[in-house]
Write a protein that binds this ligand. Structure first.
Ligand SMILES: [Zn+2]
Length: 385
């Protein structure tokens, strides 16, 4: 019988997320890839480490790979026909920040990259990515002991937030290599929660990157020639207004596009279906509307029909906020059918978001069934008015 102390000691690695050999072996390829991508730093405009992983994985599947002028990655799976050209897009960037200046006390002031709530900025760990390597930083919160009662429920506005890197002067901070323009990324390690739920930073949109990479891998494993040409695109700067998708569509010239995304689940206490309808664990989500596009309804019906035939549950979402790369695909040329396909995600654009692994698996299952059926006839039918 184990003593109480032994039990506590045995539990410590689990509490702190340290992988014991037994647990590490349980993590399969998909979980390992999502962990690697979630932990990789890639704020908008500085997607380098994520790009390297996406390039490596697309090349491992044996497809032609190139990059466009902004840094988006484009992999091409040539089927039995050059067209229709199907574009899948997952964005590689995550919300982060950029060094603006250093105060005389050595604190780092920053501007944000992407959409943040002020209350998500405080009392967190960050990494400043400098030419001389990563520098850990803390966004401190005033101690309760020195906070007057009228300020206790106040959210600190973003302009007042600073990063403490441990130095005492501007010169000492500069010696660390920190310069204006350096990217800043949340520091938060991937963790497995109970019941196949995964927590980590940047699920938006590394979960989409995994969807894209694994779909390609599964299609290659099946060895069948698809009746189309499929472009697997890792886009940059999505969080700054779909900038990467804007240029990537010019390179791909899609006939039909699907963005692969992290959804916006509000299925937590206090959440309301008026904000978002999708729920974790109830299948991948087809977006019908967001702030920048309306789904092509024939494409929605096609996705739902293939899902029903294969007994894959799907959900829908109608929101008025947010925009995805599919909006750029929809506006390409004279207009193209597009859809946004997502894995429901809680706590987006914070240090730690949460997804359900089963939703990710079902999303990949559905894409593997859908893509071989998007032949010239099907795409012409979907595109016709
Ligand atoms: Zn996203």
């Amino acid at each position: 019988m184990r003593t109480r102390t032994q039990v506590v000691l045995l539990c410590l690695p689990l509490l702190f997320g340290v992988a014991t050999p037994g647990r590490a072996q349980q993590k399969d390829r998909v979980a390992k890839l999502l962990e690697e991508l979630s932990n990789a730093p890639g704020p908008s405009g500085f997607e380098g480490p994520v790009r390297e992983i996406v390039l490596r994985e697309l090349r491992a599947s044996g497809v032609e790979v190139s990059t466009d002028g902004l840094g988006s990655v484009i992999g091409v799976l040539r089927g039995s026909a050059e067209s229709p050209r199907i574009m899948l897009a997952a964005h590689m960037d995550e919300v982060g920040a950029m060094v603006r200046y250093v105060t005389p006390e050595g604190m780092v002031k920053f501007r944000l990259l992407g959409g943040w709530l002020d209350q998500a900025l405080i009392n967190q760990r960050w990494i400043v990515l400098t030419n001389r390597g990563p520098v850990p930083a803390i966004s401190g919160l005033r101690s309760t002991h020195v906070t007057p009662s009228e300020d206790r429920n106040r959210v600190t506005p973003r302009e007042d937030v600073f990063l403490d890197v441990g130095t005492g002067s501007k010169g000492e901070t500069e010696v660390l290599g920190i310069r204006p323009g350096d990217p800043i990324v949340p520091s938060s390690s991937f963790t497995e929660l109970a019941h196949g739920r995964y927590a980590g930073k940047a699920m938006d949109d590394r979960v989409g990157c995994v969807m894209m990479i694994e779909t390609l891998r599964r299609l290659k494993e099946q060895g069948l020639k698809t009746p189309n040409t499929i472009y697997f695109v890792g886009t940059v700067q999505e969080e700054l207004g779909l900038r990467g998708a804007h240029t990537a569509v010019e390179a791909v010239k899609p006939d039909l596009g699907i963005s692969l995304e992290a959804g916006i689940a509000a299925d937590h206490p206090g959440g309301r279906p008026d904000w978002a309808q999708e729920r974790l664990g109830e299948g991948p989500v087809i977006y019908l509307a967001d702030s920048a596009m309306l789904v092509n309804l024939k494409l929605r019906d096609f996705l739902e029909r293939v899902a029903a035939e294969n007994k894959i549950p799907v959900q829908t979402e109608v929101t008025s906020l947010g925009a995805e790369d599919s909006a750029e695909m929809q506006r390409y040329g004279a207009g193209k059918p597009s859809a946004n396909f997502a894995v429901a995600t809680r706590y987006l654009h914070t240090h730690t978001s949460v997804i359900d692994r089963a939703d990710l698996d079902r999303a990949i299952d559905l894409l593997v069934k859908v893509l071989p059926r998007l032949d010239a006839k099907a795409v012409a039918e979907i595109s016709r008015f």
